[in-house]
Design a protein around this ligand. Structure first.
Ligand code: S3P
Ligand code: PEP
Length: 409
């Protein structure tokens, strides 16, 4: 479905939006709930990725397909590896079959797992023979995807002697590792993260408890962008959010101050308000801790006519698409002067936005959602708009609720 988004007649927005639970927290908790049935989950994400995870955890079929869901692919690999006696072939979309998984597989093999590649070496689909893992120490490269590390951490407490992980090299996306550890702590599973060593202690049972998932901060980023591009005085209330978040993308509150957007924390909600014009000529940020908001920030900067230098982006190349190339190509069509390397993006200040442009989304939900706020500046077409459901089911309904006009093409 291709759609046309239109400029709002009145750019002063006042709305309240409820966003579904974090897909990262949800997909961790779904694995943990299977290992510890004592857990109940509240405000679970309704994203396709969480639906895939739930299906994978409830089927008894040998072939499990998780579509585009990176967390499901990586977390389920360790889960099935310790599912004694079960044989599983874990696969995903065409893109997933080109997202690397060798670092995780090698770590699991070092721990005693039996895993083979069904097609291309180092990539899904993989055949997993569930076995009892008896070793309790492993080394893993920390610079490619933190999801490999979270995957091991999620099953660690079910190993006989727990697990000690030595992280080798630089560590990327650290807040996601800390999110995994914080959830373990909340459940009463002891762990520590000191220097480059993470230790999780063995745990047989936990107390019966309900964990409330905070709403998704990556989804909130598109509203930060909308408020940044709207008139002074505009505000949007988002729920359910809290100040002490497990999600690294909550750094949005600080980053969007540069675009004149303030964040006020209420009782389970946040209010974003445009209080002043964008107050920077150039935005320089390292996003190695928050890679999923890179596209949003690049588009806001372009729309606000400011330059930006974003670094720490090496993981963007292996996400739903090569996001650096996708951003380069789509922003260039709009008139941007932009340079990307394998780990950074450099956008020059520009004052013109080309009209009548169709944005390609490359099977990447965040391409569709990051470009949608541009409709506050010019009418814009988004191709394959349905991709958003990977993380945000009612994204287009919520865009309409805040007053963006959507026509199907
Ligand atoms: O653990 C998680 O829930 C995630 C970790 C990040 O991936 P990388 O660690 O591969 O950067 C992030 O981009 C992804 O959307 C979700
Ligand atoms: C990268 C993402 O997800 P995943 O890696 O889990 O597919 C994302 O949601 O931006």
């Amino acid at each position: 479905m291709d759609i046309l988004l239109n400029v709002l007649a009145d750019k002063k927005i006042h709305q309240e939006i409820i966003i579904s639970g974090s897909k990262s927290e949800s997909n961790r908790l779904l694995i943990l709930q299977k290992l510890f049935p004592e857990i109940s989950i509240d405000n679970l994400s309704d994203s396709d990725d969480s639906v895939h995870m739930q299906h994978a955890l409830s089927t008894t079929d040998e072939l499990v397909n998780i579509g585009h869901a990176g967390t499901a692919m990586r977390f389920l690999t360790s889960y099935f590896a310790v599912n004694e006696g079960r044989e599983t072939v874990l696969t995903g979309s065409e893109r997933m079959q080109n997202r690397p998984i060798e670092i995780l597989i090698n770590a699991l093999k070092d721990l005693g797992s039996e895993i083979t590649y069904e097609a291309k070496e180092g990539y899904p689909p993989i055949r997993i023979q569930g076995t009892k893992l008896t070793k309790d120490k492993v080394q893993i490269n920390g610079n490619v995807s933190s999801q490999y590390i979270s995957s091991l951490l999620l099953i660690a407490s079910k190993l006989e002697n727990g697990l000690e992980i030595e992280l080798v090299g630089k560590i990327t996306s650290i807040p996601y590792i800390k999110m995994t550890l914080s959830l373990l702590t909340q459940l009463g599973i002891e762990n520590k993260f000191e220097g480059n060593i993470i230790k999780v202690y063995s745990k047989k049972e936990i107390q019966k408890q309900t964990i409330v998932v905070e709403s998704d901060w990556s989804s909130a980023s598109y509203f930060y962008s909308i408020v940044a591009l709207s008139e002074i005085g505009s505000e949007i209330q988002l729920s359910a959010y809290k100040k002490e978040s497990l999600q690294g993308d909550s750094c949005l509150a600080e980053i969007y101050q540069h675009f004149g957007v303030t964040t006020t924390f209420g009782d389970n909600f946040i209010t974003l308000k445009k209080v002043s014009k964008t107050n920077k000529a150039i935005l320089e940020i390292n996003l190695k801790n928050a890679p999923d908001i890179a596209q949003t920030i690049a588009v806001t900067s372009f729309a606000e006519g400011i330059a930006c230098n974003l670094s720490g982006l090496h993981t963007l190349k292996i996400k739903e698409t090569d996001r650096l190339v996708a951003l380069h190509d789509e922003l260039s069509k709009l008139g941007a002067t932009i340079l990307v390397t394998d780990e950074s993006l450099h956008l020059e200040k520009s004052s013109v936005i080309n009209k009548n442009i169709s944005i390609k989304t490359y099977n990447d939900h965040r391409m569709a959602m990051a470009f949608a706020p541009l409709s506050l500046k010019v009418p814009i077409r988004i191709n394959n708009a349905e991709v958003v459901t990977k993380s945000y089911q009612k994204f287009w309904d919520d865009m309409q609720q805040i007053g963006i006009k959507i026509d199907e093409l």
